[in-house]
Ligand binder design. Structure first.
Ligand code: HEC
Ligand code: HEC
Length: 227
């Protein structure tokens, strides 16, 4: 499964490059603008998006996905000390770089100065500012995992959409409820009698918390069509 997790972005990239020259021009119906490389880069190249990846890799184990200290590490340190409270930027940066001791706390909070790059430290600090906000976390999940098919705006106009039939759903016009969305994200399209091109995210790729978060985010991008 780890191999798949690493492979998925690579496959997607190959997929896209292979078709760039021919498929894009001919397959896009008039008026249906798919995302451009620039719009994808703009959506992804954000400190909170990159910081979300750092947070998952280095911090979730102790601080928990919501920054509330409910984590596997809580048995060792107690969840109350692991709660990420709003602090000054200076304090936050200091404790992350140099560890708990440097700010008069315990060294149970490790120092990350040698393990993380300058950019990663800056990015994870940005992510801390949204870690307690479910919709914002869900937006990070969406932009990290879903936009190549569903599009930066969730309108189904992702860069890979031209290769998919049926096309990725326009999530801004979805008539499905949260329960249904959670099911199709967790178990994939095929399990729901839909296209198997909608991947299974629930086994190893995303946690249940991330799926709940992205469903909460999807609620916020719904547009009620004027009729
Ligand atoms: C091995 C467990 C562990 C890991 C991994 C860890 N921390 Fe901590 N962190 C702690 C503990 C324990 C404290 C509280 C220390 C104390 O109170 O003495 C803490 C405190 C903090 C605080 C201060 C919280 C507050 O408001 O009081 C911040 C900010 C923080 N950690 C950020 C991070 C970031 C960012 C990462 C990932 C790069 C991270 N931590 C990884 C254990 C961990
Ligand atoms: C490889 C392309 C691809 C990726 C990546 C992808 N999807 Fe999909 N998704 C699809 C396709 C195709 C459908 C439509 C299936 C059908 O109509 O049979 C779909 C359908 C859906 C639906 C059903 C919506 C409705 O109204 O019926 C939801 C919800 C959804 N996807 C959410 C997500 C989320 C959230 C992510 C990221 C975690 C994601 N998808 C990533 C291809 C993708």
């Amino acid at each position: 499964m780890l191999a798949f997790r690493l492979l998925l972005p690579v496959l997607m990239a190959v997929f896209l490059l292979a078709g760039l020259s021919s498929a894009f021009a001919s397959n896009s119906p008039a008026g249906a603008q798919t995302d451009t490389p620039e719009s994808v880069a703009n959506a992804r190249n954000k400190p909170t998006i990159r910081g979300g990846i750092v947070f998952r890799a280095y911090c979730v184990l102790c601080h928990g996905e919501r920054g509330d200290g409910l984590s596997r590490g809580a048995k060792l340190y107690g969840s109350s000390s692991l709660i990420l409270k709003p602090n000054s930027r200076e304090y936050t940066e200091k404790i992350i770089r140099y560890g708990g001791k440097a700010v008069g706390r315990t060294d149970s909070m490790p120092n990350w100065n040698e393990e993380l790059s300058e950019e990663q430290i800056g990015d994870v600090i940005e992510y801390l500012s949204i870690v307690t906000d479910q919709v914002a976390r869900g937006g990070v999940v969406f932009k990290t995992n879903c936009i190549l098919c569903h599009g930066v705006k969730g309108d189904g106009k992702g860069r890979a959409s031209v290769f998919l039939d049926p096309p990725p759903a326009n999530l801004t016009l979805s008539d499905k409820n949260d329960e249904y969305k959670k099911m199709i994200i967790t178990f994939g399209g095929k399990a729901m009698g839909r296209s198997d091109r909608m991947p299974i995210w629930g086994e190893q790729l995303l946690t249940e918390q991330q799926i709940d978060d992205v469903v909460a985010y999807l609620r916020t991008i719904l547009v009620i069509e004027a009729n």
